[in-house]
Design a protein around this ligand. Structure first.
Ligand SMILES: Nc1nc2c(ncn2[C@@H]2O[C@H](COP(=O)(O)OP(=O)(O)O)[C@@H](O)[C@H]2O)c(=O)[nH]1
Ligand SMILES: [Mg+2]
Length: 187
């Protein structure tokens, strides 16, 4: 287990009451880059119980509130085939996850949206984070964000996590959840 800590400490809180946000999505969409950009205070990497699959957990401050962030192993579907997918699914259903951020690659949106629908069907609050917008723009792809948001009925944010673009808006949308009953009703 690795421990990192920097000097940005937030006031202590009962860990059970700290809202938890899970980053989920297919491999190589930028979940870990986003996780590292969001969590600066405190990160642990450990094997999910009974497996050799690593899960990173960190904390971030959001307008003065502490929020837990979990970087889940890549998954294609909620019907798991690989051990990684099984861990991600188990994690979503066995832990008190208050918000699922589905991270997708803007270049392959069509291939990734079926998982968005599956996640929405779980009843968990979902936020769609469309990453790699820099590469999508270079390819001339445009994302109809408002349209997607209306069709899906969940917030949609566009970003380029590796370039630190769009993260301010993502944090604002996350705050909407932390600040609303969505997060506080589950415990
Ligand atoms: N161009 C570009 N590359 C990105 C972006 N976000 C992540 N990447 C790159 O995509 C690759 C996969 O990222 P990673 O966070 O490991 O994906 P994960 O498997 O979902 O955790 C890495 O090489 C990242 O540097 C982005 O917004 N734009
Ligand atoms: Mg990763």
């Amino acid at each position: 287990m690795k421990w990192f800590r920097n000097d940005q400490s937030l006031p202590p809180q009962d860990s059970k009451k700290i809202p938890a946000i899970a980053l989920v999505g297919m491999p190589n969409v930028g979940k870990s880059v986003l996780f590292n950009a969001l969590t600066s205070t405190y990160v642990t990497v450990s094997n999910y119980p009974g497996t050799t699959v690593e899960v990173s957990r960190g904390e971030m401050g959001l307008n003065g509130s502490l929020v837990r962030v979990i970087d889940t192993p890549g998954m294609y579907s909620l019907l798991p085939i690989t051990e990684e997918e099984k861990v991600s699914r188990d994690l979503l259903f066995s832990e008190a996850i208050n918000l699922v951020i589905h991270v997708v690659d803007a270049k392959n949106l069509g291939r990734m949206l079926p998982l968005t629908f599956q996640l929405i069907e779980t009843g968990l609050p979902v936020l769609l984070a469309i990453n790699m917008m820099d590469e999508a723009k270079q390819l001339g792809l445009q994302i109809k964000r408002e349209h997607l948001q209306m069709e899906l009925g969940v917030p949609v944010v566009t970003m380029a996590a590796a370039l630190n673009l769009g993260l301010t808006e993502l944090r604002e949308r996350m705050w909407d959840y932390v600040n609303s009953n969505c997060l506080s009703r589950t415990y």
